[in-house]
Design a protein around this ligand. Structure first.
Ligand SMILES: NC(=O)c1ccc[n+]([C@@H]2O[C@H](COP(=O)([O-])OP(=O)(O)OC[C@H]3O[C@@H](n4cnc5c(N)ncnc54)[C@H](OP(=O)(O)O)[C@@H]3O)[C@@H](O)[C@H]2O)c1
Length: 269
């Protein structure tokens, strides 16, 4: 396919399922070429095939465990090799991969907390550095889309590390957006609420009902739209935006309120 965006390339982390796969679909439909990153290579290859057939998208699949520091540090160089061979430059970075486990902190395994920090904080920060260096060198209009969560705004019990890492993502994005104002790099942080993906199963959450849950395709559509519209912080879905009014309550009341609202959709254990 040729068009306005056919020289634009997006690297999407966590593209093997959920919101990341749908962001890849959304960008492919807009004519972007793609670098797809996650651990499950077979899923990425399947998505690459789907996007190539549907939109003629050129895709590079890079299987990578983002919690492995060596693999993380080598990721952009692997992307560069393909980009150079194709005569393309990376113009969009989507830091979407993220993990969390729903349990009280005292019951969390240390290595799981560390993995969440490695993926949600370290990998995201490293890739922002790698991307900004390259975008500033090529000078074309460029976007970073970081996926945080509504847990970035409110203290979320049983998600202490997750909530803390997502608050970091939101804060980092706000400051990068400010510091990069007037440059060719624009930064957006999208903060979804409950979304129907594999995330809950991996997090050890059992769904009681679908109240307020969004479809990942809708979250992806709104998030990409917010990025292209140049928004800095964006919350998909009206219900999620309303839930953030809880921020204006006294901070001591917030964790209990958030826990009760989560237990509407997630089984207690
Ligand atoms: N679902 C929700 O309710 C919700 C709400 C708010 C925010 N979010 C955020 O949305 C983002 C996407 O989550 P999702 O809901 O779409 O969940 P998901 O379907 O579980 O997707 C997570 C993605 O991250 C990748 N990933 C996990 N560990 C990885 C690792 N070590 N190295 C590389 N990639 C890894 C997974 O791929 P592999 O397993 O193949 O590596 C997968 O592609 C996350 O940042 C999450 O925090 C989700």
């Amino acid at each position: 396919m040729t068009g306005m965006n056919d020289k634009q390339v997006a690297l999407v982390t966590g593209a093997s399922s959920g919101i990341g796969a749908d962001i890849a679909r959304e960008l492919a439909a807009r004519g972007y070429q793609l670098v797809l990153v996650a651990r499950r290579e077979a899923r990425l290859l399947q998505l690459a095939e789907e996007l190539s057939q549907r939109h003629g998208t050129r895709c590079q699949v890079l299987a990578c465990d983002l919690s492995d520091r060596e693999a993380l540090n080598g990721l952009m160089a692997r992307a560069d090799r393909w980009l150079d061979a194709e005569g393309l430059a990376l113009t969009v970075l989507v830091n979407n991969a993220g993990t969390g486990v729903w349990a009280n902190f005292s019951e969390q395994k240390r290595e799981v907390s560390q993995r969440d920090i490695d993926i949600n904080v370290t990998a995201l920060t490293t890739l922002c550095h790698d991307f900004i260096d390259r975008a500033m060198a090529h000078g074309q209009p460029a976007h970073i889309l970081n996926i945080a969560s509504v847990a970035a705004f409110l203290p979320t019990p049983r998600f202490a590390v997750y909530s803390g890492t997502k608050a970091y993502v939101r804060r980092l994005s706000e400051i990068l957006a400010y510091e990069l104002k007037g440059s060719n790099v624009q930064v957006t942080c999208s903060c979804p609420g409950g979304t129907l993906t594999e995330f809950m199963e991996h997090a050890g959450q059992e769904l009681k009902g679908n109240t307020g849950m969004m479809a990942s395709a809708e979250v992806a559509r709104q998030s990409v739209h917010a990025m292209l519209a140049g928004k800095t912080v964006f919350v998909p879905g009206l219900l999620n935006r309303l839930s953030l009014l809880g921020r204006f309550l006294p901070s001591k009341l917030q964790p209990g309120l958030v826990e009760r609202s989560m237990l509407i959709t997630v089984a207690d254990k």
